[in-house]
Design a protein. Structure first.
Length: 124
């Protein structure tokens, strides 16, 4: 898979996520968007075939997600930045605000540990 194929395959999913995160035509709940993007990345890593890709396609999907994160959030935002945010106080507060379940939080923290390569304690 190349980046063009990744865009064609996954842009509908990203657009659906964006629609889900829209507060108005011009306003997106950026916290919710980050939670959802982190979640679909984690699911893709855990079971690539279920996401319609092969394990070898993960780097391309990673690049595509980074493009989309930057498009929506700006500032060169990457998946690593998203996980840094989600383990911060603001990110944890955002997960509470959007009613992320405890199991979902644990899933996100698990991937944050892998991506950020440090121990992260789950609080609350």
């Amino acid at each position: 898979m190349n980046i063009k194929e990744a865009r064609a395959q996954f842009i509908p999913a990203v657009e659906e996520i964006l629609d889900d995160c829209r507060l108005s035509d011009d306003l997106v709940d950026k916290d919710r968007f980050q939670i959802m993007m982190a979640t679909i990345w984690g699911n893709a890593v855990l079971d690539p075939p279920r996401s319609g890709i092969e394990e070898a396609d993960l780097p391309v999907l990673h690049d595509f997600f980074n493009e989309e994160l930057n498009r929506v959030l700006g500032g060169g935002t990457t998946l690593t930045d998203v996980f840094e945010f989600l383990v911060s106080k603001s990110g944890r507060d955002a997960m509470t605000r959007v009613s992320v379940t405890q199991r979902h939080k644990e899933f996100i923290i698990y991937f944050a540990r892998l991506i950020l390569m440090r121990d992260i304690k789950l609080e609350g």
